[in-house]
Design a protein around this ligand. Sequence first.
Ligand code: NAD
Length: 272
Amino acid sequence: MTDATPGFRDIGDLKGQAAVISGSTSGIGLALARAVATRGGDVVLNGLGDPAEIERTRAELAASTGVRVLYHPADMTQGDQIDDMVAYAACELGRLDILVNNAGIQHVEAVENFPTDQWEKIIAINLSSAFYATRAAIPHMKALGRGRIVNMASAHGLVASPFKSAYVAAKHGIIGFTKTVALELAQDNITCNAICPGFVHTPIVDKQIDDQARTRNMSREDVMKNVILGSQPTKRFVTTDELAGIFLYLVSDLGASANGASFSIDGGWTAQ
Ligand code: NAD
């Protein structure tokens, strides 16, 4: 007697599947796009950046993996463009198995001086864009009979740090959104989970090192040692490969019962 369901595929087999990943022109999103493509899945990239550089990234990923790699330029502050991105992915790739709500920005400033436009932008990109993309993706996933929604939250979805009010609010919000979507779709073979990384050395963190140095009047070196890695017990950055590991589990058939959960990949930060 075995509880293995016939037709289950192992972790890491994404042949024939289709994914759309917001904010995948750099950092974590690009690493997850690479994880999908190298395992046989087609993928739509999205994000900001120099168009020639984005095209080089897209073409290189397509050539090195042999899958279809497309790009959609939706601005994650614009609901209609997000709807269009999801429709484009489903139409061009013929199906939609995986949605990753990953685009995110940061602004570091004391709450009493926090600029209104930065607050609005962070809530729009880090939280509301996930609502638009998820709403648009659900009918395609229901039509397919399966789906995987992965939201890139943060350790800051579980605990706070000073000077990051908008980011912490948005990331706490995305965890609540994740739970609600998971409950609504639990009987549709569609899961929704959040990944909560600690610090990963990507452009968003590099900019924070500068911002923190300015806000706290510290050197870049001190910020790295005492602020950034100060909260991470392993005293090293989380790697994008480590995030790809949990991501591949969540989108696999074996991840079918992981639902509405938040996975801390933070070197022990939130265990403190
Ligand atoms: P990154 O800056 O390398 O990537 C962010 C991506 O979002 C880029 O592709 C960028 O073009 C895109 N983006 C930004 N504004 C956009 C907009 N208006 N429309 C479309 N795309 C937009 O940063 P990253 O570290 O790879 O961050 C990815 C996600 O991981 C974010 O949600 C971030 O909050 C989260 N995260 C990062 C860390 C870390 O330490 N790097 C830790 C926890 C969570």
